[in-house]
Ligand binder design. Structure first.
Ligand SMILES: Nc1ncnc2c1ncn2[C@@H]1O[C@H](COP(=O)(O)OP(=O)(O)OP(=O)(O)O)[C@@H](O)[C@H]1O
Length: 273
């Protein structure tokens, strides 16, 4: 695996702001996402946090249009996402799911080229520009050497990078990442968080379990609990020991170090050392 390189995107993309107002989604009679508000300014990184089953993935799937909201307003640069065509949404929004399909019999480069589909006419083949962009995005996520590998033969972390490269090749205005550090080793996690921070012209919504990653990578966080927003704002103001005890049921100690603070977790009833 080669180290990530800093290849600039081929085109400058203008980030869009995202506004969700009172967005809800039901599975049967159960409210899974319950009146959620999110405001993500252009170019910002917003962390979507919360315990297992709190509604993070569902919220991302509502934004990308994979699920129809039951209620609420979803605006991308002021445009109603509910009335946008699938193709128009795909030209503006890219999603990397938690476990993207892995059994497609394609080379990694071909998977990345799928990111260009919304910009091509139906029968057009890959243009040299598209291939160049796809290779640049593989390089950007440190996976240039995987271009000719068959995706089913890749490891979990390698596939994760290929799917991220596919999303970047889509040149999205809004990038949705669901647990992007899953499967990645510690160096690759840090490289990914740096890449997310350094992306120009993209607004990012990222579901994360690692709250220290949220502290270092996000401008804002939205903490979900049972489908509702429990707290929202800058991570250092939101991720307090009180909030973490209430929402996650854990004790959190805020430990200062040379580059800021780290949250150290223990079970609530564990005696302090
Ligand atoms: N299609 C569905 N039908 C029924 N229940 C669903 C459906 N989709 C999601 N749920 C339920 O909604 C809740 C929220 O799921 P979601 O995947 O959004 O949570 P999450 O916060 O992303 O969880 P995790 O951190 O475990 O990935 C869960 O209890 C899940 O079982």
């Amino acid at each position: 695996m080669t180290a990530p390189t800093s290849v600039a995107p081929a085109r400058v993309v203008t980030a869009d702001d995202l506004r969700l107002e009172r967005v809800s989604w039901r599975a049967g009679r159960r409210l899974i996402v319950d009146g959620v508000d999110v405001t993500a300014p252009p170019g910002s990184v917003t962390g979507v946090l919360g315990p297992n089953g709190s509604g993070k993935s569902t919220l991302l799937r509502l934004v990308v249009g994979a699920l129809p909201p039951a209620e609420g307003t979803l605006l991308l640069a002021g445009e109603d996402l509910r009335t946008m065509t699938r193709r128009a949404r795909a030209r503006r929004i890219a999603l990397v799911e938690q476990d993207s399909p892995t059994d497609v019999p394609l080379r990694a480069l071909d998977v990345v080229l799928l990111g260009r589909t919304p910009f091509r006419s139906r029968w057009a083949t890959d243009s040299p520009d598209d291939v160049e962009l796809a290779r640049a995005m593989l390089a950007r996520v440190g996976a240039a050497d995987l271009a000719d590998r068959d995706v089913p033969t890749l490891s979990g972390g390698e596939r994760q990078r290929v799917h991220l490269a596919r999303a970047l090749a889509q040149e999205p205005h809004l990038l949705l990442l669901d647990e992007p550090t899953n499967h990645l080793d510690v160096a690759a996690q840090l490289a990914l968080l740096r890449l997310v921070r350094e992306l120009d012209g993209v607004t990012t919504l990222v579901a994360l379990h690692d709250l220290n990653h949220a502290m270092s990578a996000c401008d804002h966080v939205v903490v979900l609990d049972g489908g509702r927003v429990a707290a929202a704002g800058p991570p250092s103001e939101v991720l307090t020991p009180d909030l973490l005890a209430r929402v996650y049921g854990v004790r959190a100690d805020v430990v200062p170090h040379a580059r800021g603070v780290t949250l150290v977790f223990s079970e609530l009833d564990e005696a302090p050392t």
